[in-house]
Ligand binder design. Sequence first.
Ligand SMILES: *[C@@H]1O[C@H](CO)[C@@H](O)[C@H](O)[C@H]1NC(C)=O
Ligand SMILES: *[C@@H]1O[C@H](CO)[C@@H](O)[C@H](O)[C@H]1NC(C)=O
Ligand SMILES: *[C@@H]1O[C@H](CO)[C@@H](O)[C@H](O)[C@H]1NC(C)=O
Ligand SMILES: *[C@@H]1O[C@H](CO)[C@@H](O)[C@H](O)[C@H]1NC(C)=O
Ligand SMILES: *[C@@H]1O[C@H](CO)[C@@H](O)[C@H](O)[C@H]1NC(C)=O
Ligand SMILES: *[C@@H]1O[C@H](CO)[C@@H](O)[C@H](O)[C@H]1NC(C)=O
Ligand SMILES: *[C@@H]1O[C@H](CO)[C@@H](O)[C@H](O)[C@H]1NC(C)=O
Ligand SMILES: *[C@@H]1O[C@H](CO)[C@@H](O)[C@H](O)[C@H]1NC(C)=O
Length: 455
Amino acid sequence: MWLEVFTTFLSFATGACSGLKVTVPSHTVHGVRGQALYLPVHYGFHTPASDIQIIWLFERPHTMPKYLLGSVNKSVVPDLEYQHKFTMMPPNASLLINPLQFPDEGNYIVKVNIQGNGTVSASQKIQVTVDDPVTKPVVQIHPPSGAVEYVGNMTLTCQVEGGTRLAYQWLKNGRPVHTSSTYSFSPQNNTLHIAPVTKEDIGNYSCLVRNPVSEMESDIIMPIIYYGPYGLQVNSDKGLKVGEVFTVDLGEAILFDCSADSYPPNTYSWIRRTDNTTYIIKHGPRLEVASEKVAQKTMDYVCCAYNNITGRQDETHFTVIITSVGLEKLAQKGKSLSPLASITGISLFLIISMCLLFLWKKYQPYKGQKQNTGKLKHFQAMKMLWMTSEYMNLLLFQMLLVFPGSQAGLFQPLIVYQGKICTVQYMKLFSTSLPSSKTIQSELSRANRYIRVKF
Ligand SMILES: *[C@@H]1O[C@H](CO)[C@@H](O)[C@H](O)[C@H]1NC(C)=O
Ligand SMILES: *[C@@H]1O[C@H](CO)[C@@H](O)[C@H](O)[C@H]1NC(C)=O
Ligand SMILES: *[C@@H]1O[C@H](CO)[C@@H](O)[C@H](O)[C@H]1NC(C)=O
Ligand SMILES: *[C@@H]1O[C@H](CO)[C@@H](O)[C@H](O)[C@H]1NC(C)=O
Ligand SMILES: *[C@@H]1O[C@H](CO)[C@@H](O)[C@H](O)[C@H]1NC(C)=O
Ligand SMILES: *[C@@H]1O[C@H](CO)[C@@H](O)[C@H](O)[C@H]1NC(C)=O
Ligand SMILES: *[C@@H]1O[C@H](CO)[C@@H](O)[C@H](O)[C@H]1NC(C)=O
Ligand SMILES: *[C@@H]1O[C@H](CO)[C@@H](O)[C@H](O)[C@H]1NC(C)=O
């Protein structure tokens, strides 16, 4: 119901109750200075008409409307002052303004009067703005040489030579930049201030300038931001890597690659560490270690990355272990063994050896028997000891392998467990040498001392 009332009121206001209707496609038209501007108007009526009168008026805010031109039927009566500027082709009510200038900005009112059985009239208003198109903006960056992250600030200024009613917008990687803890804008938005800069501010910046008649985007600019080093790491082309430990087979040459994210690129140096001293062995991102040349089996290295602009550095320590076994395969096998199986194995072994020891001790011959029997017993005892030691070594080795991420050196008493190297002293307890006539005596005394076997 309210809608009906409103429609009726509107129809009355535009004269539609008498069949006259004046329409304009847009109530706001943006024109470019120096060019022609066309203001389209449509009207229609149903009453019989003798005279059709069209009048164009112009008004600026707070001024009286002034007459531009008018027509009756097909004859135009221009205001002589503006006759070269405004054109109308009645009964077509549309107005052409040519050329458009800044003073032409304002409201244009078109009034249509139809005289027939009485007079009906209707009018419309069009707001016209006049602008110069935007020229391509240029972004200047200060400081142009770049800034160090967390230390330096940066200001991006957008400059435009031509254009009116400019609205500035900053884009980073094609998306609008918003005010944040580090980003701030000038009142017109034509400068973007970043304080302080961070690595995250690296990107493709551009300035987009708009006005009602055009928009232009600057070329992309990439601010120089010095950062890093971040995420330092060492990788090798070969070798088994566990934490910061590289295990490599003897005879292989290993190439280590040190890398960290930074701008400008880091300078890398490699440092060798011994117990007391450290010394630089090489500069550059790559280090080659020829394992046959190294004297020690375990070596500590440091890769140091230095950014000479930010003045920051980072270093990472790593260890290289050179083995003579294809440890990679062993470790893989070892890992497939379940810890339960090895524990069961060890327990079983201990029980059997205890039984054997007990049996052997029980049937130990009394003193005073033949010398030959004594020698035989010695040999048998030695044989058993040797087998025991071998078996225990093997078991110990396997046991070390089953710890997740652990490796053991078979020929050197070392365990690598969670990136740390532990020395295994007790492995020496079990000799692996074959008994000879000389070693028998020493082994027997050792056995006497450690396992308390009496002969
Ligand atoms: C306008 O045209 C109508 C017929 O189309 C005519 O009757 C009328 O006299 C004309 N008016 C003028 C002022 O020429
Ligand atoms: C008025 O004239 C213009 C060309 O000057 C034309 O494009 C437009 O369609 C005309 N309008 C009407 C209602 O005839
Ligand atoms: C003119 O208007 C009167 C009343 O307003 C109406 O009676 C008459 O029929 C109209 N004539 C025409 C030709 O429309
Ligand atoms: C960067 O800006 C911050 C805050 O705007 C200011 O405190 C600091 O001094 C500026 N640093 C430089 C190097 O201009
Ligand atoms: C920045 O622009 C360059 C080419 O000008 C392009 O290679 C790079 O991927 C762009 N970076 C982003 C983050 O869009
Ligand atoms: C500046 O940009 C912000 C959005 O980034 C906008 O809200 C604000 O209106 C702009 N100011 C001017 C003067 O254009
Ligand atoms: C390390 O220092 C100790 C004394 O602190 C010294 O006895 C030993 O010889 C040094 N070793 C090396 C390799 O310099
Ligand atoms: C930083 O190191 C580079 C080599 O990576 C070198 O070219 C540059 O001159 C150095 N700059 C300074 C300020 O030392």
